[in-house]
Design a binder for this molecule. Sequence first.
Ligand code: A3P
Length: 304
Amino acid sequence: PQTKGWWSVQLFQYHGFWIHIFGIRGSMLIHDHFKPRSTDIVVATSPKCGTTWLRALVFSIINRASFDFSDHPLRKANPQDLVPFFESIIHKDGSTSFVDGIPSPRLLSTHLPYSLFPTRMTDDTSACRFVYICRDPKDVFVSKWHFANKLRPKELPPLSLEETFDLFCKGVSHYGPFWDHVLGYWKASVESPKKVLFLKYEEVKKEPLGCVRKVAEFLGVPFTPEEENKEIVEQIVKLCSFESMSNQVVNKLDKRYQQRPISNSDFFRKGEVGDWVNHLSPQMAEKLDQITEEKLQDTGFNFH
Ligand code: A3P
């Protein structure tokens, strides 16, 4: 079924998830035609969990030997232009020809749930790797609500916090239910720790240096003592920080310059942990916490 209203416009239920038509078509094309390489790296997220940040971090970890930090591509391009949006680009192309042409190691970004990838990408014998980041659902909802309001056509009224909250709780949001998305990657990271690295936004905020080292090790490119002496990890963390990225001129550009539906600046709002307290009532927070507790029961995972 198709849902109505701007929050969920053109979302269809596909294999248990609410996905936009481009995601469904992209997923089908990946399923039927995509040829994975052992060096592929997929940055995976549920929307508003830190996609932009993780794209920037993984891009700068992988390419750290190729660029000077003072003249880095992240100072001239938004991370979405450096790390292609997998299902969207394949949908636009109608084929895998663009991604087939990317030299190895390919770095791709996705919002697709883990269960929608073909087994030739997810089984243990394929070496392609996924780096996933999740975030407290209360902050995710608030971030999504702001984002959807910003993108809404001017002729539509603002989205009500209460109505969109109810939909989010019912699992109706882009690539939702949110919890099922997280759990798919969580389970895969437990079963195949060499294939899926699972991160939390809050953890990366708290321990960015440790997390960057963890990602580099997972990707098979740990920092050498020489790199540590040159403080490369510190430079990556600084370059990719919210303060640095949100202040790059390229990330302040308006969509009219780029003829896109979304401006680069739309990906940067507050970049904080716990902003939900400024938007959700105690009852709403309690309700989300309760749903989260029920969904995560007996899974071995929690958001703390
Ligand atoms: P807020 O709306 O809470 O500020 P995504 O990139 O998945 O679309 O997620 C967007 C969220 O990540 C927004 O959260 C945005 O401000 C935040 N964000 C963007 N870049 C970031 C960065 N470099 N560090 C931390 N958070 C960042």
